[in-house]
Design a protein around this ligand. Structure first.
Ligand code: UDP
Length: 340
């Protein structure tokens, strides 16, 4: 049994982490400022309401509690928004992470699993991206995460912090049976937007650019189930028991799907046609991001269980169809009969 502080545990990936840890007998404490997370998603463990930009609140959070490790999911994480509001990204993701690391140092917590991202790589120069690929972020979101990764390397040298940075490719899916899934007040991600379009909810679906240098002209991404991401974090805890230093791993299924592939798969899962229109490219989007997770497989022993796109989308579809009352998209009245 480990005592884990999940910073950002009210959010999409953090709530799935809390579920996994609680199910496997660990003691969970969630810390969140509820800027984008949801109180209804905090279903496991204790809750501390605090902001990483408030060092005094962080001190109070650590004081009198003892944690074996911190998992750090607090971040602004939207590529397009980061281009429009870079200061908000550097403040939250860089200063917030620094404050958390400093609080951990003061309170002698020596293990961290950090949420990083494929956005640290920028425009890839390889079809499949491994950890050695050059890091050249093309948006403030990726730049802010790369800076935080650098903090971890420096902290390993200076203070002996053990850390694992997990670079997620595209987190997707849900655990509808546990009442958690992707629920953003302002949804920008592809799969939720496609499924909301299938339900006749939300604005009309837009494909952001069909003139990329890809097979069908739309961007290609590597979708990985959020429960597989949670399992990788748990394996990272065990890895840090065996290994000092700062480590990075790419997490994806190793298969690329275009925006058109996602829409076609979702249409078949939902059993409805999904209308869309083609819009201009979104700032900051690379054409193709596909992971090599060979290192995570070899060194963490990580083996994704959700390896096909259709079941990943199906789990998200069930979640979107049956939103719980805490979700910002909870609307019971407008479900199409096809979804029943
Ligand atoms: N995308 C799209 N329409 C949407 C949302 C996303 O065409 O409503 C595209 C987006 O431009 C990108 C891909 O889908 O090429 C995945 O975007 P998402 O925001 O889901 O994840 P990201 O790769 O930015 O983390």
């Amino acid at each position: 049994m480990k005592r884990i502080l999940i910073c950002g545990g009210a959010g999409y990936i953090g709530s799935h982490m809390a579920q996994w840890l609680a199910e496997h007998g660990h003691a969970v404490t969630v810390l969140d400022n509820f800027s984008t997370g949801h109180r209804g998603a905090v279903r496991w463990g204790d809750l501390i309401e605090a902001d990483l930009l408030d060092p005094a609140a962080l001190d109070r959070a650590f004081h009198g509690r003892s944690f074996d490790a911190v998992m750090h999911f607090c971040a602004r994480s939207l590529v397009g928004e980061s281009v429009a509001e870079p200061y908000a990204y550097y403040s939250n993701n860089v200063t917030g992470t620094l404050n958390l690391l400093e609080a951990m140092r003061r309170h002698n917590v020596r293990n961290l699993v950090f949420s990083s991202t494929a956005a640290v790589f920028g425009n890839p120069i390889a079809d499949v991206i491994n950890e050695a690929h050059p890091k050249a972020p093309i948006n403030p979101y990726g730049a802010s995460k790369l800076m935080a990764e650098r903090f971890l390397a420096d902290a390993a040298q200076a203070y002996g912090l053990r850390s694992v940075a997990l670079r997620y490719f595209n987190a997707a899916g849900a655990l509808p049976g546990h009442g958690i899934g992707e629920a953003h007040a302002c949804e920008t991600h592809l799969i939720p937007n496609v499924l909301r379009a299938a339900l006749g909810q939300g604005p009309s679906l837009k494909i952001f650019g069909n003139d990329y240098d890809t097979a069908d002209g739309t961007c290609v991404r590597d979708y990985v189930h959020v429960q597989d991401l949670a399992r990788a974090h748990a394996l990272a805890l065990e890895f840090m028991d065996r290994n000092e230093g700062a480590h990075t791993f790419n997490l994806g299924n190793g298969q690329g799907f275009s925006v058109h592939d996602v829409i076609a798969t979702a249409a078949s899962v939902a059993g409805v046609a999904i209308p869309y229109e083609v819009a201009p490219r979104r700032a900051g989007d690379p054409a193709r991001l596909v992971a090599s997770s060979a290192k995570a497989r070899e060194q963490l022993g990580w083996q994704p269980r959700w390896t096909e796109l259709a079941p990943i989308i199906e789990s998200a579809w069930h979640w979107h169809r049956d939103q719980p009352s805490w979700s910002p998209h909870h609307r019971q009245t407008d479900r199409p009969t096809q979804a029943a």
